[in-house]
Design a protein around this ligand. Structure first.
Ligand code: FAD
Length: 265
């Protein structure tokens, strides 16, 4: 158990400014970290704090662990001051993962909002690597403003392997693409539920209305996956901070099918 909680130093090798208040840090762990799409790590700055972040990098590149960090409070603001060459504490990977193998032969609709694309990026990498195994791939991704869209160069390159639909709530800075909240675009696109699964992650309000939009299109809860962000501390089911019923979001999640979430309540 002690090993499970062990924090190792990791070097910051790259800092990417994704959007105002949002940076991606590429970390080099002491030894390559094997992880599956959907898992998370805990990153710490000695004497300041420790925070949970979804791993947002390619699952086959465990020597480079990326986390995309929104500066929202004390610890994340300190992390934003990190420069390449500095070190952080890193532990994990923890949590369950998206059951990508179970989706073989189906169309996969990936639906993201804002920083919610972070846990979905490893899913997209994996799907694109194996794209012939799926009936088709869709990405619907949006942000409040064009400058808040993350991973911009990749959003372009992914277009060669999947149907990419980008949207913003408000068209500023010369935006000429779709305008409207993500659930509305899901409805407008009439995403087909037949032989399909949907994966949705974003702000709680987007997940709530995205879920309703998918249900209205005929998706069943068993076809819809999401990942939950709940306050957690240990990350391994010991401290009870994220305990709901008999389950721990950190250990039994953070990835859930919608029918499993209903039963969490
Ligand atoms: C499974 C999981 C994955 C996450 N992935 C990411 C990620 O990829 N990128 C990212 O930027 N953040 C992610 N978070 C949230 C991140 O852990 C918190 O934003 C961070 O710990 C805040 O630390 P702080 O000291 O800066 O803020 P604090 O000073 O502790 O809090 C600042 C504000 O953020 C809110 N907050 C703090 N923690 C959480 C939380 N866990 N969920 C919701 N609101 C919170 C507080 O209520 C408060 O309003 C994830 C959380 C979980 C549980």
């Amino acid at each position: 158990m002690i090993d499970l909680l062990k924090t190792e130093p990791a070097k910051v090798t790259e800092v990417v400014d994704e959007a105002p208040g949002l940076k991606t840090f590429v970390l080099e762990p002491r030894a390559p970290m094997e992880f599956d799409p959907g898992q998370f790590v805990l990153v710490s700055r000695h004497g300041v704090g420790e925070s949970v972040f979804a791993i947002s990098s390619h699952p086959s590149e465990g020597a480079r662990i990326a986390v995309s960090v929104q500066a929202v409070g004390k610890h994340t603001n300190v992390l934003h001051e990190l420069d390449p060459g500095e070190s952080v504490g890193l532990r994990g990977p923890y949590g369950n993962s998206f059951p990508i193998d179970e989706w073989r032969g189906k169309r996969v609709h990936v639906i993201g909002g804002g920083i919610g694309l972070a846990p979905l990026r490893p899913v997209i990498y994996s799907l694109l690597d194996r794209k012939n195994e799926f009936e088709g791939l869709t990405l619907v991704y949006g942000a409040r403003l064009p400058e808040l869209l993350v991973y911009k160069p990749e959003l372009e390159s992914w277009k060669s392997g999947m149907d990419v639909h980008l949207t913003v709530d408000e068209a500023t800075n010369g935006w000429t693409g779709k305008v409207g909240v993500v659930p509305k675009i899901v409805t407008d696109l009439k995403l087909a539920p037949s032989n399909a699964v949907a994966v949705i992650c974003g702000p709680p309000v987007m997940i709530r209305f995205g879920h309703i939009a998918l249900k209205d299109l005929g998706f069943k809860d068993e076809q819809i996956y999401t990942t939950l962000e709940m306050r957690m501390k240990c990350g391994v089911g010991l401290c009870g901070r994220c305990n709901v019923d008999h389950r721990y979001i950190c250990k039994d999640g953070p990835v859930f099918r919608m029918d499993e979430i209903d039963s969490l309540g």
